[in-house]
Design a protein around this ligand. Structure first.
Ligand SMILES: Cc1ncc(COP(=O)(O)O)c(C=O)c1O
Length: 422
């Protein structure tokens, strides 16, 4: 395989190509093919960007049809039929059945763009600077979003410029299962000399993806919502990784029955791997002045076309979400067995997750690396997350066939057994 140019020219900052050092040429649903024709099952799926698989034929056709009409591909934030279709479909398919009412801000197309816009909006709307965020949270790496991201690896890469405007609180479970970390938040809010600047907003992932598949309890999330309401603080759910069906519902917070003030989505929003993000805000929070927050790539038409096709195809009824929940239970059961196997062999491990966002925490980054590199050698692309990469994380496409899902899980089991027997 010709990798010399890639190794020589691409910056040292590259990551995934280190774990999977082959040249991929084709992909279809949950399968990737490399230059030598070798196939891999994909349990990474663009880190949650390919919830509907690679080259999903429905979205591909929608895009081809749009291009065939010479549809507008780039129009800054001018009105296009692609944008109108997207907003109408979002309202009909997602908002109305859930009783939701949001205005839609189309920022730049990445997750971090959406988070920047969301936290800026919260500050503008409330006239306060502080944003509460949680331990192990990951919200992106541009300066504003980075301030809300916990991992030191990213925080130290600013050339010494301090991150500002965020206060970290312990996520659910951070202090052990017997401590409700929200007691601390509530106490600080009621304590004039507790040192916490009253925040404009709280930003939270209901399941932390990069932070290691930490799952916030549903009651905990409900309590967080009521604390926010009681103190006039905006609740921002960052659903960039956990949204778009990953946890078995379109929005991850639906499980808890809460209604955030602001929501961020990106990653799988286009349904096809095209760059696309939106920020949803309660209508009365739309405090932006025209053009006050801009960007050249606001609402990429092709992504809006594929996003519309995705919503129509997968979210017009509950068949798809029930199937995701079913597959989630399969992964959960197999991961629990693997965690037990590891634990019984002196490598303490726990399973966690919601829907098809699941992980096995093996406590050690070295053990997790051994498992995932053996998996790659056997034809399974799977990555780790957590502060030391200690969580083996499954983010397979939600559209994966049962056959590929089981084959991927079998490979993982074989690799875990190999590590146990070393
Ligand atoms: C929850 C969450 N927020 C924000 C981001 C940042 O998104 P992007 O990498 O597109 O900037 C990510 C990326 O993994 C994420 O998982």
């Amino acid at each position: 395989m010709q990798i010399q140019t890639l190794e020589r020219m691409e910056s040292n900052v590259r990551t995934y190509s280190r774990s999977f050092p082959v040249v991929f040429t084709k992909a279809q649903n949950a399968r990737l093919t490399d230059e030598n024709g070798r196939e891999y099952i994909d349990f990474l799926a663009g880190a949650g960007t390919l919830n509907y698989g690679h080259n999903n034929p429905h979205m591909k056709q929608a895009m081809i049809d749009y291009l065939a009409t010479d549809g507008v591909v780039h129009g800054l934030d001018m009105w296009t039929n692609a944008k109108r279709d997207y907003l109408e479909t979002l309202e009909q398919v997602i908002f109305k059945p859930r009783g939701l009412d949001y205005k839609v801000h189309l920022p730049g197309p990445t997750g971090t763009n959406a988070v920047e816009a969301a936290i800026r909006l919260a500050r503008v709307a409330k006239g306060r600077h502080n944003i509460v965020t949680f331990t192990n949270g990951f919200h992106g790496v541009t300066m504003g979003a980075l301030a809300t991201t916990g991992n030191r690896k990213f925080r130290e890469a600013t050339g010494g410029i301090p991150t500002q405007g965020a206060s970290f609180l312990p996520y659910d479970g951070y202090m052990g299962e017997h401590t409700d970390t929200l007691d601390y938040f509530e106490k600080l809010l009621g304590d004039k000399s507790g040192g916490l600047d009253v925040p404009a907003g709280v930003i939270i992932e209901t399941v932390q993806g990069e932070g290691g598949i930490n799952v916030a309890g549903l009651d905990w999330l409900k309590r967080l919502e009521s604390i926010c309401r009681a103190h006039d603080i905006l609740l921002i759910v960052d659903d960039i990784q956990a949204g778009c069906g990953r946890t078995g519902k379109f929005f991850s917070f639906e499980h808890a029955g809460i209604t955030p003030d602001i929501i961020t989505n990106s990653k799988s929003l286009s349904g096809f791997g095209l760059p696309f993000a939106h920020v949803l805000m309660r209508p009365e929070l739309d405090k932006w002045k025209p053009g006050q927050y801009n960007g050249t790539f606001r609402g990429f038409s092709l992504a809006m076309v594929t996003a519309t096709a995705t919503l129509k195809k997968y979210w017009s009824n509950d068949t798809f979400e029930r199937d995701v929940q079913r597959k989630g239970r399969i992964v959960e059961e197999r991961f629990q067995q693997l965690a037990t196997l590891l634990t019984e062999n002196g490598m303490p491990a726990t399973e966690s997750g919601r829907g098809l966002m699941r992980g096995i925490d093996v406590v050690s980054g070295d053990i997790a690396d051994k498992i995932t590199s053996k998996a790659f050698a056997q034809g399974l692309v799977i990555e780790t997350s957590g502060q030391d990469g200690e969580v083996v994380k499954c983010l397979c496409p939600l559209t994966i066939s049962d056959e590929d899902l089981l084959e991927g899980l079998d490979i993982l089991e074989m690799c875990v057994k190999a590590v146990v027997n070393e």
